[in-house]
Design a protein around this ligand. Sequence first.
Ligand code: BES
Ligand code: ZN
Length: 631
Amino acid sequence: MNTLKLLILLSACFLVSCAPISNADGAADTLDETMHIDAHTYANVDEIRTEHLHLDLEVNFENHTIYGVARHKMSEHNTDTAIFDIKELDIKKVTIGKDNEVSTDFVIGKHSDLLGQSLKVKIKEDTKYINIYYQTTDKTEALDWLEPELTAGKKHPFMYTQGQAILTRSWIPLQDTPMNRITYSADVKVPVDLLAVMSASNPKAKSKSGEYHFEMKQKIPAYLIALAVGDMSYTSFGNKCGVYSEPELAEACAYEFVDLPKMIETAENMYGEYRWDQYDIVMLPYSFPFGGMENPRLTFANPTILAGDRSMVSVIAHELAHSWSGNLVTNATWNDFWLNEGFTVYFENRIMEEIYGKEAADILAITEFQELEVALIDIESGDHPEDTQLKLQLDHRNPDEGMTDIAYVKGAFFLRTLETLVGREKFDEFLTRYFDEHAFETITTEEFVNYLTAELLEPNSIEFDVNEWIYESGMPDNCVEIKSDRLNKMEVVAKKINEGTDVFKGEFKKVKRSDFITQEWQTFIRSLDTSLSPKMMKEIDNHLKFSTEGNPALKSAWFQLAVQTGYQDVRPEMAAYLNKVGRRWYIEGIYQELKDSKHEGDLVWAKEVFADAQKNYHFVSKSTIQEVLYN
Ligand code: BES
Ligand code: ZN
């Protein structure tokens, strides 16, 4: 064992053993005083843990409020205080007991913008059940309440939650740390014309009463509890999978996701049985801040992946892969986030390779690598250059800051490089065993490194500098390289444009957008010079129609370049796009370019657009863009 690992292990042991029993006077609320391994929770999970959570909820669309009772069944314990995480929740009362509930004292700690507040509940030695009566407020960060205009059908409102990383505490009072896993059940009442679905067993159709019951029998971390309510119907793909969507989107979803049953089968053949019984997707409105979110049994998805040509299905491969990496084996803290995302991007690519072939999978991996290269430059010149290490140090920071291409792409290339070294067969055996032996558990980076060393590297006498990849900045020299002729060709054409050649009289004479897939066009756009003239940009746009007919991924790349090149004619289309799409990674780059722009009036214009568009964004995107434009 090297010194670094030893130090980390020692400090981890120190933190567990000396966590003080928190007092209920509301004073000991700074992280340094409560000292847990997960710096993003107040919960004293080292003393008492929720085992099962039952939710009684009523979703009220008139005043945008969830009224709830969170009924916690606690583990055996030896403490007089149970500490939960809350953020901007209105706590009405707390009781203990099951059939015979009695009120108990509770203290709410000081508010922190980052972590919210602690809720300290007085309990007895034999307390098994803690019931927290509460309602959400208009400051909730997890919930997005949409007026009918923002839905596909435009007739009914919609609501969904986003829990990862630490937003669940803003709609449920609980121990909001992945270090604890719980089962949950829920009784949810919604308006009668709407359907409710959760990351649990789900109804296939609306009920007459608007009441629904849910069960999640497998243990999950708190960030995976999720709820969506809207005018939805279910389309089955047979074989335990299907999609919930507004009826208006059902056909598009059925077309885009035809390969879903094959993906599940492929994933199972690779890394073992799918352990969650059912795999469905729920198609949310455009404001959803992510392409996809891996809520167990029910991936939440953004309509930007309905490209019409199945070119975005890797997002589904990704969320499905999380059923192993992330949901089955979970990062213990947000500093270990790469264990969730790096493994998932690697696994996603393997699924894509199996179904669509090596060339398609390589094209995807290269486009991701292009994004990593941009991220590396950004991070190295930013406030936290150390964020290019896989193992992060996010204590006292928003865990959201870890959602960069380091965790995703550097993480995936770490595994790819290992695979190349040991051979695919051995590597797959190793990963299958890793998922199996850590199923329904959480894991730290250090534990993973130990497992890797003992189970793969040492038995096969493989020399590999794991520490360089995980604890050092930048990209190690031994990183595998991938090439694609198809992408090279796009770069060549772009380069010709950069040099002033009229490719629309040459190789692009008869070109149509449908001649190439999204990733090829992304490479093309990314290879164009930021010094192109607005006139040239307009000509390319006239031929290829990125700003009018491009799918959201292409528009995102194209509008960034439009800002850089001063192609301002495109502002109406850009404003329409920024008003419609709330997927963070698709809009953040555009706002960032507008902020950094050297062209007249761009920042002022961006602020005007955002002032209007922000009502269409979820808190996650809104707060990120606010930060981009105003800080
Ligand atoms: N789990 C993530 C989304 C996430 C990460 C939410 C961190 C909150 C905090 C999800 O699986 C994801 O990675 N989505 C990507 C998909 C892409 C990489 C294929 C997205 O939304 O773009
Ligand atoms: Zn992911």
